[in-house]
Write a protein that binds this ligand. Structure first.
Ligand SMILES: Nc1nc2c(c(=O)[nH]1)N[C@H]1C(S)=C(S)[C@@H](COP(=O)(O)OP(=O)(O)OC[C@H]3O[C@@H](n4cnc5c(=O)[nH]c(N)nc54)[C@H](O)[C@@H]3O)O[C@H]1N2
Ligand SMILES: Nc1nc2c(c(=O)[nH]1)N[C@H]1C(S)=C(S)[C@@H](COP(=O)(O)OP(=O)(O)OC[C@H]3O[C@@H](n4cnc5c(=O)[nH]c(N)nc54)[C@H](O)[C@@H]3O)O[C@H]1N2
Ligand code: SF4
Ligand SMILES: [Mo]
Length: 738
């Protein structure tokens, strides 16, 4: 018997690199996964996680049917039963407590799923709650706030133009392992190698000598949480040594004199001791940045998850501006996404800017940023009684019991809720608390377009993946579930005609965008439904779009579908002033809120140096908390180890491979020690996302080697006060052998 192998294409949804894959299918089974050599963006790159798509699809623990908790046990239910249960329990809580009685919490995969991302705003609109939480506030909110203040929209994040750069300074990021973040850059290794082959240099600043440091020209240890001192030292030097050269941007910036004045007291000489990098190095780096034609500074999660996250995020772009590298070829540039970019909508060049703190969280009074309350406030908003208390939670594609600080408190709080729905594909540490779980599809069963990561791609492109395999009859897509929950919340009932609701909302939106052309646009969109229809709208009305016929050569979804390896839209080009949406129409170099925060930096300068602190790390074969259940990725040596410098090992009596206890005050975890001179003395590194030993989860492979939860050690009350982002890095600990 012969069987035919067919070829399918799919963008990998696991991390921000968004690699294009080729899949061989035989009898509705994936038999092989490899990189798509023709992909216009990733050009034949993949990492080991891609193979996990097959295991994920086959995983017996992956949910295919809704679950309802009855007498403390999950039982399988039909979709109708699950929605009916939501209808029975959710509306009364809204009626009693008002819209804020329901909270939503979004996890990381939301950004990798076009249905979740494009339809969550509709659910949010239906709920009308201010209690919205997400992984953004244990991640990139500081960067969103700083670029929002400087450039006027939350996602106008400039990214290094790595293919034309000659010098890169990388802080708090490990793209060799993470494959890049807020910088979609598949095959960082190949691109770094090419940069060095053309005579360029890469310098890494990190408390650990990382895999990225290994492919760089130089590496400097920095004291965790002290990047702000290092960046201030560099920015100060640029003024001090008259290296500031705004070039073309001079007429597009505001606040240069204020910035100069504010930076005067932060000389590298006075910053060196606190950050652990000597003044000469800071000055030399400032000169190299200023004097290299094509150069960029890039910082990521290590620079965000600390008490000065917003200041660090700001200073990185400030240095890029001061050295004339912002918006310049080979510098730090603004991608122009084919769809859904706020910075390509509205009038170019100026706008309303952003604002934060429009309201505050009920318990701690923490300001809203980008419409969200920090994830670290979720537990207290549930477990603190009083008017406005959260009574119901809709959790979407996230696992905050493991991924947020002090998950134990959050877990206990989730048990106090009157009702919880999880949209998740597993019964994990978080969804085990739900009353109803609605499973999403396998990535192979749904269409895909990178709504988020095209906003941060080092080269502009558009790619679409059709569903590779058919889904089970009756299994809804997640956008449908979100519409249905929204309808239930609005009192329209579980049987509401969500198709008609979706049409009505679309019509409203199109009228806003297209004005008199709305009827024509709606007719053109007619055959499509759901997320695909929004994608078609986004592409055709976007900066490369056919404008519904007005520019016939422009992009449409059909054209994208006809190009399985994607459509290249060219390298990033200059976008200032067009990209700006600040009220002034200028790059705001010195937002008052940030200048004011420098007082906190000065106050902290004299803070005593803790003897030992802990930081996190990522690992190639896992993704945050949820890929430990895939056998192909979970196998191999035990990876959830605490990396300890030999000096610390000897002073605390720790043995390689031995067990140790780590304490942060009363909080305590037990870890396996791995002695490594990769670490800066005084710094321990433990990956996050582990700790799969909590009762009631159904992730059998992960449970075999559960690892330890770093976040069990961390304090949910430590935040960057501007952005509300959690402080996850540089936490003082003690460590002793067991
Ligand atoms: N200490 C420390 N903590 C950290 C970090 C750190 O560096 N240090 N990093 C933080 C960062 S940057 C992030 S982004 C967060 C990530 O943390 P979370 O946002 O909690 O994300 P994950 O842990 O990846 O969990 C994702 C969940 O989504 C589910 N899922 C996967 N695919 C789908 C799907 O298609 N549909 C649905 N409905 N569900 C799906 C998985 O089953 C899993 O439960 O962790 C943060 N936590
Ligand atoms: N394989 C894999 N890839 C991933 C993920 C994953 O879990 N696994 N997660 C994805 C997600 S959600 C995100 S947000 C991205 C994150 O992408 P990256 O930001 O590249 O993430 P990390 O690999 O954690 O790199 C952070 C680096 O910061 C360092 N660091 C810690 N504290 C400090 C500090 O105070 N200062 C400085 N300068 N450095 C510090 C750490 O040692 C580490 O090397 O990765 C994404 N990609
Ligand atoms: S780097 Fe790996 S996990 Fe990330 S998109 Fe590419 S193949 Fe997928
Ligand atoms: Mo993240």
């Amino acid at each position: 018997m012969t069987s035919t192998v067919t070829l399918a294409h799919r963008i990998c949804p696991f991390c921000e690199a968004c690699c294009g894959l080729e899949l061989d299918l035989e009898a509705q089974q994936v038999v092989r996964i490899r990189a798509d050599p023709h992909d216009v963006f990733s050009a034949g790159f993949l990492c080991p996680k891609a193979i996990g798509l097959k295991d994920l699809h086959a995983d017996p623990d992956r949910l295919r049917t809704p679950l309802i908790k009855r007498d403390g046990q999950f039982v399988e239910a039909s979709w109708d039963e699950a929605y009916a249960e939501i209808e029975r329990r959710l509306p009364p809580l809204i009626a009693a407590g008002g819209p804020n009685a329901v909270a939503t919490v979004l996890g990381n995969p939301t950004s990798h799923k076009m249905g979740l991302l494009l339809y969550f705003p509709r659910l949010a609109r239906a709920l009308g709650t201010r209690n919205m939480f997400s992984a953004s506030s244990v991640d990139q909110v500081p960067k969103m706030l700083s670029v929002g203040l400087m450039f006027g929209s939350w996602l106008s994040v400039p990214v290094p133009d790595i293919e034309r750069a000659q010098f890169l300074l990388i802080l708090g990021a490990n793209p060799m392992v993470s494959n890049g973040s807020l910088w979609t850059v598949p095959d960082f290794r190949g691109k770094a190698k090419a940069l060095r082959a053309r005579g360029g240099k890469i310098v890494v600043v990190d408390p650990r000598r990382t895999e990225t440091a290994a492919v760089a020209d130089a590496h400097h240890f920095i004291r965790p949480g002290a990047d702000v001192y290092f960046l201030l030292g560099i920015a100060h030097t640029l003024f001090d040594e008259q290296l500031v050269e705004l070039g073309r941007l001079a007429e597009h910036t505001a606040g240069l004199a204020e910035l100069d004045a504010a930076l005067r007291s932060f000389s590298p000489e006075s910053m060196a001791a606190r950050c652990g990098i000597d003044a000469a190095t800071m000055r030399e780096l400032a000169r190299t940045l200023a004097q290299t034609r094509h150069a960029a500074v890039y910082g990521r999660i290590g620079t965000c998850t600390q008490q000065f996250g917003t200041l660090c995020s700001w200073l990185i772009d400030v240095i890029n501006v001061l050295t004339g590298h912002l918006d310049e070829e080979g510098g730090s540039m603004f991608p122009k996404a084919a769809a859904f970019a706020a910075n390509t909508r509205g009038a170019p060049g100026s706008g309303r800017g952003i604002s934060s703190g429009r309201y505050r969280s009920r318990v701690s009074g923490v300001p809203e940023v980008a419409g969200e309350i920090p994830l670290t406030c979720l537990a207290e908003e549930i477990d603190t009684p009083g008017p406005g208390q959260i009574k119901a939670l809709i959790a979407i594609a996230g696992n905050p019991v493991l991924s947020a600080p002090n998950g134990a408190r959050l877990a206990a709080a989730l048990d106090q809720l009157d009702f919880m729905v999880s949209l998740d594909i597993y019964v994990n540490e978080t969804s085990r608390h739900a009353d109803v779980i609605l499973p999403g599809l396998s990535p192979l069963e749904e269409a895909h377009y990178d709504v988020t990561f095209t906003q941060f791609s080092h080269r502009n492109h558009a790619r679409y993946s059709a569903p590779v395999l058919a889904r089970a009859a009756g299994q809804p897509e997640e956008w449908e579930s979100m519409l249905r929950i929204g309808a239930i919340a609005k009192g329209l009932g579980a049987q509401a005609d969500i198709g008609a609701l979706d049409d009505a909302t679309l019509e409203e939106d199109v009228k806003k965008i297209a004005g008199p052309a709305a009827a024509h646009v709606l007719a053109a969109l007619q055959p499509l439904r759901g997320a695909e229809r929004l994608l078609e709208l986004g592409l055709r009305s976007g900066p490369y779009g056919d404008q519904f016929g007005a520019k016939p050569a422009g992009l449409t979804l059909d054209k994208l579908k006809a190009a399985p390896s994607g459509i290249d839209l060219g390298p990033m080009g200059p976008r200032i002033p067009e990209v700006l949406r600040t009220a002034s129409g200028k790059i705001e170099l010195a937002p008052q809120m940030l200048l004011d925060d420098l007082a906190r930096v000065t106050a902290d300068l004299q803070a005593p140096v803790p003897e030992l602190v802990i930081i996190g790390r990522r690992q190639l074969r896992s993704n945050n908390s949820w890929m430990h259940n895939l056998p192909v990725l979970a196998k191999g040596t035990y990876r959830c180890t605490a990396l300890v410098h030999p000096f610390d090992a000897s002073r605390f009596g720790l043995a390689d491979g031995g067990a140790a206890r780590i304490n942060n005050g009363a909080r305590q975890i037990e870890v396996q020690v791995e002695i490594s001179d990769e670490m800066m003395p005084g710094v321990v590194s433990l990956p996050h996302g582990w700790g799969h030993n909590l009762p009631g989860t159904q992730m059998n492979v992960a449970a075999e080697r559960p690892g330890v939860n770093l976040n069990a050690l961390l304090d949910e009350n430590l935040r960057d006060p501007l952005s509300g982002n959690a402080v996850l890095s540089g936490i003082p600990i003690t460590m002793a052998p067991l």
